[in-house]
Ligand binder design. Structure first.
Ligand code: ATP
Ligand code: MG
Ligand code: FE
Length: 360
């Protein structure tokens, strides 16, 4: 079974072909970084237009690289939400048109389910697992019992972890996207022997019961420290890198603390987990992986994390979620594929209350 996946919910136009043996036959990701960089963040209208311009060509290129004809594809899976609706519509419309023309099923995939199941594609992990989903728009802890079976244990009450990296980087003048820039600056600071504690950044929620997150206070504190340390209105590079290290340490500590609470909560209610899984763009961060690895070990579980290219947005995870849906007899998350309307908002656990802030 070969499934063609389409991802267009944010600022990556991506196409991949994956089979049920977990082979990634082709994976293409076209980043719109250059188009959005002058604005310091993703501009939805620019993103939608760029997907519209690129997607058709990218699908042709994927088939060509795979040496396959469109007819060799058994199903089309596209991100149908949540995300920037203009881009999502481009992918969904293209996917439906292809499916209809080829007489194959169309699978409307939840982008978050793509992230959630990415570690089952590579390196592979069995159910149930505890998932820390940390991305540009989400920061959640979920117990994952199977395909389509997600129970949210915690979420952010304000910013997502990726947002904290992105806003922090912007504030420090490190550019966009923030995560990789902060990680690099933090590495320089660590190599220079700077002590992150020196900056006194808060660690919101740390030590409190429960599994929720908060990051907005961190951003405010970061702005204050940056202003205090500025010399004639400019933040010296050394202090900038030191603050990046302090920010990364604070985020890693908070993620680790909340995840430990969630693991305890699950253990107290029956346990049985196979692993702690981390997924989403922020899972690409080496320091965060290390902090989570320590937490998992302390609780006697392995940490399972996908390779970096499967953490940030990609289409292989969307194709794979399509395969998992087909294999578990849940081809359509809701309704029939072709009549599924694109959704700007689409929580993985619809029974969980809506959070006050960015997280759903
Ligand atoms: P969502 O999946 O919630 O809809 P998204 O698709 O925009 O949001 P992803 O592509 O999964 O998010 O992740 C992007 C985020 O990951 C950005 O906030 C980016 O800064 C962050 N990120 C990427 N690489 C790293 C890294 N090395 N360290 C920390 N953060 C990172
Ligand atoms: Mg992106
Ligand atoms: Fe994402």
């Amino acid at each position: 079974m070969r499934v063609l996946g389409i991802e267009s919910s944010c600022d990556e136009t991506a196409v991949a072909i994956v089979n049920e043996k977990r082979e990634r036959i082709v994976e293409l990701v076209l980043s719109q970084l250059k188009e959005h960089r002058p604005f310091g963040g993703v501009v939805p209208e620019i993103a939608a237009r760029s997907h519209l311009t690129q997607l058709d060509r990218l699908i042709g290129q994927a088939l060509e690289q795979a040496g396959l004809a469109a007819n060799d594809i058994d199903a089309i899976a596209a991100t149908a939400g949540p995300g920037l609706i203009g881009g999502v519509l481009v992918g969904v419309t293209m996917g439906k048109a292809m499916a209809l023309a080829l007489g194959r099923p169309f699978l409307a995939i939840n982008h978050l389910e793509g992230h959630a199941l990415s570690a089952r594609l590579d390196p592979g992990v069995g159910f149930p697992f505890l998932l820390l989903l940390v991305s540009g728009g989400h920061c959640q802890l979920l117990r994952v019992d199977g395909v389509g079976r997600y129970r949210r244990l915690g979420t952010t009450v304000d910013d997502a972890a990726g947002e904290a990296f992105d806003k922090g980087a912007k504030l420090l003048g490190l550019g966009y996207p923030g995560g990789p820039a902060i990680e690099q600056a933090a590495r320089r600071a660590a190599e220079a022997g700077l002590d992150p504690k020196r900056y006194g950044l808060p660690r919101p929620m740390l030590g409190r019961p429960g599994c929720d997150f908060s990051f907005s206070g961190l951003k405010t504190a970061l702005r204050q420290r940056a202003e205090e340390l500025a010399v004639e209105g400019r933040l010296p590079e050394r202090e900038r890198d030191g603050l990046a290290l302090a920010l990364q340490e604070a985020i890693a500590a908070v993620l680790a603390d909340r995840t430990a609470n969630a693991l305890d909560l699950v253990a107290a209610t029956g346990g049985g987990l196979t692993a702690l899984v981390v997924a989403g763009g922020v899972a690409a961060n080496g320091r965060i992986r290390q902090a989570l690895d320590e937490v998992a070990r302390a609780k006697g579980l392995p940490l399972v994390a996908p390779p970096l290219g499967l953490c940030t947005d990609n289409a292989a995870m969307i194709a794979w979620a399509g395969i998992e849906r087909l294999q578990s007899g849940q081809a359509h998350a809701d309704g029939d594929g072709l009549d599924f309307a694109a959704r700007p908002r689409w929580p993985l656990d619809p029974t969980a209350p809506r959070a006050a802030g960015a997280g759903v």
